[in-house]
Design a protein around this ligand. Structure first.
Ligand code: FAD
Length: 484
């Protein structure tokens, strides 16, 4: 029998659930990736770091599959690559290859679920089996349930149950290489067409090559090797954006160039040996599973607040404040530095995501959905589940969100997490000469102090667009009103 493995957000050939099951059950296994025009054509810009990252990772996957086949003496290996409407391409390919089964790793986003349903229906009609597997997450949507057998909506008890269930069996990698001899050669018709270039799929180069984000499976390994010795210090270092405290693996996790099981197994082992940093990092991976689970059970969160009463919040239009936020000209240096980091690199440190999301919703009074969409356009690691969860957490509209009356102060956050302004100076060089004690809020400087560092507020750097104390009071009223 033969099968087709359809790669999507799982661009690796190591520890891969669908690939393993296909190779174990079928004599000939074809592998395919589609540059899906339904997704690509909807992107707002023709230069998108994510598309370039995916393109490079697909090339690497093709090479990886060929190497895997060569090692096991299989005749071919490699990836069939198409550019078109994925639902049509996959069905047509499965039919023309004459396979018995199409295998994928499960996706939890509503649009992907609808796409897969459509493909399954078409394949059913053609007598081809469609199967999906848990691979993206450690524990699946219905694997962690409370005492009543229902999904959790609060993180802490979820995490407790999640940690209890995360055992050696769940962390065991799928031994793909053991069965690689079943990899089929790419048909001649497809080798002739070869791999489309970035230009062929309608995209331009970005500054990806200048960023510390090497693509593909090898890129993920480079970042992992860099992080492993730092994992023990994660608990302390992770909150300081100027320090190299986090793993920077999120884009690789997003596109599956590294296996979540392999990562969790490393953290699990270090945690077992007493590393507090590893224990905390493992909890971050639990957040990731948590938000996938929430999205799957509550797809309405894509547009609506998790807690429906918060959909009555009256947000402001505030076009000038919105422009200041996206233009990194709010007069709050940490917020502006964070937004510049996002636009220049496609990455933003987690602490800063919380700060700027809180600032947009609680200081500027703007709907979290607008901020969420802006992140969706710019984040290299953009993931609907985590992004939606993070925004609703910051806006206090989500499950287990921060309480609405606890509002981040952008100045004290800056003093605490960028005490010497090192991060601010990296992205807001116009403040380079401002002394440490004023870097968090230059608007508080006296005329002589401004003169001493040659800074003209309102000209070199903007005056604050809102007064935090007043904005805070307005937000409290905005939320308090809901109770009436
Ligand atoms: P590390 O600190 O090294 O964490 C390791 C991994 O754990 C991450 O790569 C990620 O996969 C996962 N993780 C960590 N924190 C979270 C979290 N709070 N929720 C879910 N998963 C988490 N993460 C995304 O992957 N995509 C997003 O689109 C996204 N949007 C966010 C928006 C907001 C407003 C907020 C507050 C957070 C968002 N996050 C998102 C979560 C988090 O900020 C990033 O995962 C993290 O900054 C990525 O950097 P890292 O890989 O170095 O993380």
């Amino acid at each position: 029998s033969s099968a087709l493995v359809w790669f999507r957000r799982d661009l690796r050939c190591d520890d891969h659930a669908a690939l393993y099951h296909a190779l174990r059950r079928h004599a000939r296994v074809f592998c395919a990736f589609v540059f899906d025009t339904d997704i690509l054509d909807a992107l707002p810009a023709r230069h998108d770091r994510r598309v370039e990252f995916i393109h490079a990772s697909v090339l690497a996957l093709d090479a990886g599959l060929k190497a895997l086949a060569a090692e096991s003496g299989a005749p071919g290996g490699g990836l069939i690559v198409r550019h078109g409407v994925a639902t049509e391409c996959i069905v047509a390919l499965a039919r023309s290859l004459g396979v018995n089964e199409v295998l994928v790793n499960r996706d939890y986003e509503p649009a992907a679920i609808a796409r897969d349903r459509q493909v399954k229906r078409a394949l059913d009609e053609a007598g081809i089996v469609f199967s999906d597997y848990k691979d993206q997450v450690l524990l699946d949507r219905n694997e962690v349930l409370n005492g009543q057998g229902l999904p959790y909506s609060v993180f802490t008890p979820y995490k407790r149950a999640w940690l209890q269930q995360l055992d050696a069996f769940q962390l065991r990698p799928y031994p793909v290489a053991r069965h690689a001899r079943h990899l089929a050669a790419v048909p001649d018709a497809d080798t002739a067409g070869a791999m489309p270039s970035l230009a062929d799929i309608g995209f331009e180069r970005t500054n990806l090559a200048e960023l510390p984000l090497p693509a593909g499976m090898a890129g993920a390994q480079t970042l992992l090797q860099d992080f492993l010795p730092r994992m023990a210090a994660y608990g302390v270092a992770r909150d300081y954006p100027a320090r190299k405290g986090v793993s920077y693996l999120s884009t690789h996790l997003r596109f599956g160039t590294i296996s979540i099981r392999r990562l969790a197994a490393q953290a699990h082992e270090q945690a077992r040996q007493g590393s507090e940093g590893a224990q905390i990092w493992l909890s971050e991976l639990a957040w990731r599973d948590f938000y996938f689970m929430i999205l799957w059970h509550h797809p309405r969160v894509v547009e609506a607040s998790f807690r429906p009463e918060y959909d009555q919040v009256q947000w402001d239009e505030a076009p000038e404040l919105w422009d200041a936020w996206i233009g990194a000209r709010t007069g709050y240096p940490l917020v502006d530095a964070a937004m510049r980091q996002l636009h220049q690199s496609g990455y933003m440190h987690n602490r800063l995501r919380m700060v700027v999301a809180s600032f947009l919703t609680k200081d500027l009074g703007i709907d979290w959905r607008r901020g969420e969409r802006h992140f969706a356009e710019h984040l290299n690691d953009y993931d609907l589940a985590a992004n939606n969860g993070g925004w609703q957490w910051a806006a206090s509209t989500g499950c287990d969100a921060q309480p609405w009356f606890r509002i981040f102060n952008p100045i004290t956050q800056s003093q605490k997490f960028d005490p010497d302004g090192r991060f601010i100076r990296r992205y807001v060089p116009e403040l380079a000469r401002v002394p440490d004690r004023h870097i968090h809020f230059p608007a508080a400087m006296k005329p002589l102090e401004l003169q001493a560092c040659g800074l003209q507020l309102g000209q070199d750097y903007p005056l604050p667009v809102v007064d935090h104390a007043l904005a805070r009071a307005r937000t409290l009223m905005r939320f308090e009103g809901l109770k009436k």
